[in-house]
Design a protein around this ligand. Structure first.
Ligand SMILES: Cc1cc2nc3c(=O)[nH]c(=O)nc-3n(C[C@H](O)[C@H](O)[C@H](O)COP(=O)(O)O)c2cc1C
Length: 200
């Protein structure tokens, strides 16, 4: 029995304190993330997940969009202050991966396989999870921390305008990544027996 994967999986965490002290060259990050996406499974291998990698000013632009789209909607100075502090922490990261589902692929497969049409929406979401997790693990394996955020759909139109992604791409998640500036807190787990029944 090997523990290699489980060691990696147990050490991957949500890291909120992210910074720009990244020694991995940008080209390597592009290929790490690109390959993690490439090898993550999807229903019928339809590869419905898309991504946009934001670095430098384009990364800053995303978090300015989040602040502009959501900040004014928050009621109360306290909530606003907490929100802007969170957004500033995400902006302090090195880059952001935006994850999308290509709705055109989902539609194409609904039409190609009518017997399974009702499933392709859910399967695209499951493929998102696979892709999010694969990228998160691959970044962690290279010493890069990340978290997974969901400011969609409030930012969808502004993101589409700023980054000119194809009209069929639907924003599903935002993953800021960078150097790990502070470790994650403790994490609790429910008892294994509550999650997994064994029959033998
Ligand atoms: C589908 C999904 C959605 C999540 N959405 C958010 C989010 O919007 N904001 C956030 O800060 N964390 C989000 N998380 C991170 C979880 O809160 C986190 O993974 C969980 O608490 C376990 O902690 P860990 O990542 O350190 O193992 C999300 C995780 C998953 C899998």
């Amino acid at each position: 029995m090997t523990q290699r994967f489980l060691n990696l999986a147990s050490a991957r965490r949500t890291i909120y304190a992210l910074g720009k002290n990244v020694n991995v060259p940008q080209a390597d990050l592009e290929s790490i993330i690109g390959d993690a996406l490439k090898f993550a499974p999807s229903a019928f291998n339809n590869q419905s997940v898309r991504a946009a990698l934001l670095f430098n000013k384009r990364h800053d632009e995303l978090w300015d969009i989040v602040a502009d789209c959501l900040g004014p909607k928050l009621a109360g100075a306290d909530a606003r202050q907490k929100f802007f502090a969170k957004v500033a922490a995400f902006k302090a990261a090195y880059g952001t991966a935006l994850f999308f589902t290509d709705g055109a692929v989902v539609k194409e497969f609904e039409e190609l396989y009518p017997a399974y049409a009702a499933h392709f929406h859910d399967w695209a979401e499951q493929a998102q999870g696979n892709a999010n997790y694969a990228v998160w693990l691959a970044l962690h394996d290279n010493g890069i921390g990340a978290s997974l955020q969901h400011y969609n759909p409030a930012i969808d139109e502004a993101v589409r305008r700023a980054f000119a992604v194809p009209a069929s791409w639907i924003l599903r998640a935002q993953m800021p990544f960078g150097s790990v500036e502070a470790a994650a807190g403790d994490k609790s787990f429910i008892a294994p027996g509550e999650r997994c029944m064994i029959f033998s």
